[in-house]
Design a protein around this ligand. Sequence first.
Ligand code: XIL
Length: 356
Amino acid sequence: MRWLAATAGFVLVAAAPPQDVALKELMPKGMVVGVAINQRQFEGTDAAAVEIITKQFNQISPENALKFQPTQPAADRYTFDAADKYVQFGVDRHMQVVGHNLVWHSQTGTWVFQGADGKPADRDTLLARMHDHIRTVVGRYKGKIDGWDVVNEAIDEDGSMRKSPWQAGIGDDYVAKAFEFAHEADPNVELYYNDFNLEKPAKRAGVIKLVKDLQARKLRIDGIGNQAHWRLETPTLDEIDTSLVELHATGLKVMYTELDINLLPNTPRGADPAVANPYAAGLPDELQQQLARRYADVFRVFLKHRDAVTRVTFWGLSDADSWLNRGRANYPLLWDRERRPKPAFDAVVQVLRGAK
Ligand code: XIL
């Protein structure tokens, strides 16, 4: 409710239209709400998106700009044009700026893992490359980036260490080394471990074991990032709740770092388009409502654990921006392709208002 001045005195306006509401103002104290942004957004060419991002969010993550490959395409070449603009976008708006990510098996040039003789690089070479990369990138944004995803996706579905080229070349302690190097490069920056499918007990147990190992080594780690690439029915709310409680029992902050709700079926390549891309002509109202209920439900879980959850970040602003389209029409986020807030946005607003 808000009051508007009118000639006859004051008029009570029932409820502000949802677009006039800002998520960041409704979040509980100690919990920021963010969005992963792309190049058109941090360069300002997508003005409509910039306006929404500026108004709604108090945290940003870089969808791609700060990954290994774009920041260091070759051993002797760093490219920071895009990354600098991303960071400045957040600094200008006094947002919490996250770095994503330093060590991952994906979006990392093949040169990183190659030795001089065409064989895989050895431990010392890999550690030297990792050190140089982390020192250069983290050092550059010291005091501007608030927290880094240091290692992304190091655990396999069965809870064992993922057999990534980093793991194969260095050994299991590559994760500890990455955290050590990141802390050395900026002693004041927060450091996170980030992964997906943490609602699955075996995988979660592997992540918790890894985190405890880092803690036993007295390394700095501030939070666990739960990517939260979810669906309408899975994971269940109970699974989300249990996972949250167990992750927080490590003593670390819990963050939902890449939230989106995938509405499309998992179909093999070449599947009948009617099956693989069922909402090409638009999303049926029933599904629109289901998506809204799902977002309301998951936000209720976040709020229930408001002392544990310090951040919720959407992986993209609007349905048009989502990585989940990949040639199909997906509808995973709170804004539609025309950048209008969806019923899911209103549902989140309602839950947040109820909590105020
Ligand atoms: C995705 C980006 O959204 C895409 O644009 C890119 O092509 C591939 O990577 N887990 C992560 C993110 O940690 O970095 C990924 O982002 C999505 C899955």
